[in-house]
Write a protein that binds this ligand. Sequence first.
Ligand code: SAM
Ligand code: SF4
Length: 338
Amino acid sequence: MTDTPRLIDPFARAITYLRVSVTDRCDFRCVYCMAEDMTFLPKRDLLSLEELDRMCSTFIGLGVEKLRITGGEPLVRRGIMTFFNGMSRHLDSGALKELTVTTNGSQLARFATDLYAAGVRRINVSLDTLDPDKFARVTRWGRLEQVLKGIEAARNAGLRVKINAVALKGFNEDELFTLTDWCAREDMDLTFIEVMPMGDLGDDADRVGQFWSLEDLRGDLATRFTLTDLTENSGGPARYVRLEETGQKIGFITPLSHNFCESCNRVRMTCTGELFMCLGQEDNASLRDIMRASPEDNAPLIAAIRTAISNKPKGHDFDYSRQQEDGKMTRHMSHTGG
Ligand code: SAM
Ligand code: SF4
């Protein structure tokens, strides 16, 4: 519990979930996420590990109960375990209910045990295909085998793994059942993500990565399985169904087909300390310099966070319905964190 009033936005939504990008760097170059020749931020612009701790601890003091660490690839940030180990004090105190990670899985073999020891219990691993050649193509720099070993290490360490797959027309359409069966066999939840118009991706971006509506994907799934809608709501863009034949839970993240904003409970922070109140809007509040300007006193930071939350917009404006990328964001997903 907190002594100070919690963060409530103008639409009466309590903000209890913070997603934090701890780096814009990555050891992959997924075609829908980054250009191959990405320019990364100078290191001095990034929040230090101590600053990340202070920032997250401040949000937790204001009622944030769930923290998801993302990037870029969070596990390539040097010294990142120091940060995770620091956050475990908030799990111990009960202020933080859940500490999670979204990762491409490449470094999990190294970090799985340490993550579990820090109090992480569930992780999301992004994996779009089980075909090694296609995996190399879509990630440009990744190796499927390394990720599969990472997933195995995570499960052996006791972490519950959810697979996130971006639905890409003409790329992994033919793997819908392969991915579903694999997750059923391995007892992993599976969520499909609609590709979103984020950032400039370079010339080869269109060859892999056409928009595959999850409405269509759901229809394909229904040709083999009986789908039951689940009412649970994480406050985010995911909707869930259960496949009656396997008991599996399948998620759909459909920011383009459906509007999920009315129950939004989250904000996102970039690795430079910009707070984005909405994934689909450019409005943001730069918290880093405010925090740096008062090393001993958190009051200015807290005031800036409250002002930012009081400006959280009602929703995003993504729209493909006019056959063009309306509402497109100029920043990359790796900047805001997925
Ligand atoms: N590197 C980590 C990973 O891949 O899981 C964390 C960061 S990544 C930006 C987070 C998620 O965003 C991944 O599941 C990725 O597939 C997804 N993503 C990246 N670009 C996307 C886009 N343009 N549309 C939809 N999802 C995207
Ligand atoms: Fe890296 Fe994740 Fe983006 Fe792929 S989706 S390039 S793994 S940040």
